[in-house]
Design a protein around this ligand. Structure first.
Ligand SMILES: C[S@@+](CC[C@H](N)C(=O)[O-])C[C@H]1O[C@@H](n2cnc3c(N)ncnc32)[C@H](O)[C@@H]1O
Length: 300
């Protein structure tokens, strides 16, 4: 693989990125009418700026010609942000993997982006956000942050730091398959690592009593009667738990968009939240996000 090669996703990635592209354009258009504010974009799990999509070929038959497998390079979220019109005043890309941050640094120096202030922060995005995001002058800055991890890498404390800015709109891709994997069906299979991962992401250990119920094993007469817990929460209930947690933290959180893979299995929920409690801010950004999410629901 080359430095910029980053193969991931499918139809759901196209949908997710088209939502982000649409929001960034509409957000900057709306905010450009308030020139007092600088517009910033944060991409905390930024990738490389590109993605590689493998389009499978076919052998052909009586009615159709054979088609060769094709590899296509498409824009990732970092390039989408840099291409946004009107542009952002500053783009901050965070990335932990060396090959990816090198690709992002090369992307930022492409001549067409030379007038933009684009920087790459190497290392763990949770740490960078928790340590630095509240040192920005948020009185004159408004921002969008995109949290697009592979799994359950976003810590609750990162969301708390974002909330404290009162100036950032958040798009957060929550991994349902990650939740499902960590919250095992049998409670006895929940080890300390899985418990810690869920609690770090959800900011509470209350998920365990909300999702698990005791189940008595053995017969009434048996002396070896033992207790086991079992997850009774469905995917809907687990998603609602996340929604409620976000609603406890952020003043505005929209109903998430469920994203499915090519075999129709639910993989992620895409959440939109606003940290700004002002009704004026909600009047600008909320209808834009609502419209985009409704359009995406109608497309499915
Ligand atoms: C799903 S990809 C992001 C794709 C990107 N949004 C795009 O559209 O091109 C997730 C990225 O997060 C990076 N990553 C994982 N854990 C991280 C962390 N703790 N801090 C920063 N980056 C991280 C991975 O190396 C990977 O490049």
């Amino acid at each position: 693989m080359g430095i910029g090669d980053h193969e991931f996703g499918s139809g759901l990635t196209d949908l997710k990125l088209s939502i982000i592209a649409d929001y960034l354009h509409r957000y900057n258009t709306a905010l450009s009418k308030q020139p007092f504010f600088e517009r910033w974009y944060f991409d905390a799990f930024a990738g490389t700026g590109e993605r590689t999509v493998r389009l499978s070929g076919s052998h052909g038959d009586l009615l159709s010609e054979p088609v060769e497998e094709r590899i296509e390079r498409r824009r990732g979220s970092a390039r989408i942000a840099l291409d946004t019109t009107p542009p952002f005043h500053r783009c901050i890309f965070m990335e932990q993997k060396k090959r990816h941050w090198l690709a992002l640094e090369a992307l930022c120096t492409e001549p067409q982006y030379s007038s933009q202030k684009a920087v790459v922060v190497r290392g763990d995005a949770n740490k960078a956000i928790q340590d630095h995001i509240n040192s920005v002058n948020w009185r004159k800055t408004r921002a969008v942050i995109f949290l697009d991890p592979y799994g359950m890498n976003v810590e609750w404390r990162t969301l708390e730091a974002i909330r404290r800015t009162e100036a950032i709109d958040l798009w957060y891709l929550v991994s349902l398959s990650g939740l499902y994997r960590q919250a095992t069906h049998r409670g006895s299979a929940l080890d300390e690592k899985k418990r810690a991962a869920l609690t770090r992401m959800l900011g509470t250990s209350a998920w365990e009593s909300a999702w698990y119920e005791e189940e008595r094993q053995g017969s009434l007469l048996s002396k070896l009667d033992s207790e086991e817990t079992r997850r009774t929460a469905s995917l809907d209930r687990m998603e609602s738990f996340v929604l409620q947690r976000l609603r406890d933290l952020f003043p505005t959180v929209l109903e998430p968009l469920r994203l499915r893979n090519d075999r129709n299995a639910p993989m992620f929920s895409l959440f939109f939240a606003m940290s700004n409690p002002s009704p004026a801010a909600a009047r600008v950004a909320k209808p834009i996000a609502q419209h985009i999410l409704e359009k995406a629901r109608a497309r499915r």
